[in-house]
Design a protein around this ligand. Structure first.
Ligand code: NAD
Ligand code: UDP
Ligand code: UDP
Length: 312
């Protein structure tokens, strides 16, 4: 069935891939973005599509449009960007959630929240299942994002219980791929851009902290499956359970790019989680979903993308 689907943050990294996928599935897509971290370049190829519409708008502000479904992705996701204007980050997460939930309530539209593994903070349970309540510093530099996203989850579940809004919540773990901004600041884009330019690879701390990296196509498949099923509202973890140290990631990027960049050690940022790996048993059972793209294959595609972008 063709639906009109709103994607907030649709001009960002994940949002642009999601808009593309929803158009392929035959839907009308309305992309809302204020271009804080996203870019028109990410969706330029969609602008002439007859079923695509772009609205420059800030989700802190009310939005009255007619839609059947909402994917709420608007929020800077890179620590560098979300800490640049932390008050804006909290406003985007909290006021954005309230406005989009108000819209969903009025329209009786299903709404999916792009939540995050950051709700687990610096986790003391490993890997992280959805039942884990997390270990978050509420006043640290990451709190604007972590607590903003936690409050958004609270709002989603309260609107569900109190106003019967049809919600879905996914907790996304580190995802990478083409259309990450070259100055995004997240580790995969940083390392690839540094390796391609021959600049030093900036390793924060001793590089022994771990992350589990999911390729964007796998993630988008999981998000659309979550939206399309009726059995589970979430939260459901989405991510790739293959766990690597950040030093291993640096070495892999150096090998795949053939770069002679050196490793440069920098101080570990405050509250940087020591380890992170999703438990995806719930997604496997509820969505029949599992990620397929191995880190090296995803990195190759991402490296190809950055080679083209940097040469433009
Ligand atoms: P991104 O920064 O590329 O995209 C975010 C988009 O939201 C940008 O286009 C930005 O301009 C837009 N935006 C920000 N504030 C806005 C506002 N007030 N009004 C309207 N638009 C606004 O990041 P991304 O990686 O694509 O992340 C998308 C979503 O997924 C975010 O909510 C993020 O928290 C979540 N997420 C991503 C990851 C990941 O690894 N990529 C992991 C966990 C959660
Ligand atoms: N809202 C919106 N679009 C809509 C409906 C509501 O942006 O189509 C906003 C509205 O600004 C409101 C918020 O969503 O402040 C929350 O809506 P809700 O119905 O919960 O709030 P109320 O109107 O009862 O204050
Ligand atoms: N990191 C790094 N060098 C960089 C960027 C990040 O060593 O240039 C580390 C960072 O300290 C963290 C991990 O890589 O331990 C992932 O960082 P990212 O900002 O991508 O996302 P996070 O998972 O911390 O939100």
């Amino acid at each position: 069935m063709t639906m009109t689907i709103l994607v907030t943050g649709g001009a960002g990294f994940l949002g642009s891939h999601l808009c593309e996928r929803l158009l392929q599935d035959g839907h009308e897509v309305i992309c809302v973005d204020n271009f804080y971290t996203g870019s028109k370049d990410n969706i330029r190829h969609l602008l002439a599509h007859p079923r695509f519409e772009l609205i420059r708008h800030d989700v802190w502000l009310p939005l009255y449009i007619e839609v059947d479904r909402i994917f709420n992705l608007a929020c800077p996701a890179s620590p560098v960007h979300y800490q640049n204007d932390p008050i804006a980050t909290v406003k985007t997460s909290v006021l954005g959630a309230i406005n989009m939930l108000g819209l969903a309530k009025r329209r009786k539209a299903r709404i999916l929240q792009a939540s995050t593994s950051e709700v687990y903070g610096d986790p003391q349970v490993h890997p992280q299942p959805e039942a884990y309540w997390g270990h978050v510093n509420s006043i640290g530099p990451r709190a604007c994002y972590d607590e903003g996203k936690r409050c958004a989850e609270t709002l989603f579940f309260d609107y569900h219980r109190q106003a019967k809004v049809d919600i879905r919540v996914v907790r996304i773990f580190n995802t990478y791929g083409p259309r990450m901004h070259p100055h995004d600041g997240r580790v995969v884009s940083n390392f690839i851009v540094q390796a391609l330019k021959g600049d030093p690879i900036t390793l924060y701390g001793d590089g022994s902290q771990t992350r589990s990296f999911c390729y964007v196509d796998d993630l988008i498949e999981g998000m659309t499956r979550m939206m399309d099923q009726d059995a589970v509202i979430g939260p459901v973890n989405l991510g790739n359970p293959s766990e690597f140290t950040i030093r291993q990631l640096a070495e892999t990027v150096l090998r795949l790019t053939g770069s002679r960049s050196t490793l440069e050690y920098r101080p570990l940022p405050q509250d940087d989680p020591a380890q992170r790996q999703p438990d995806i048993a719930k997604a496997a059972a509820a969505l029949d979903w599992t990620p397929y793209v191995a880190l090296e294959d995803g990195l190759e595609k991402t490296i190809d993308y950055f080679k083209k972008t940097l040469n433009q």
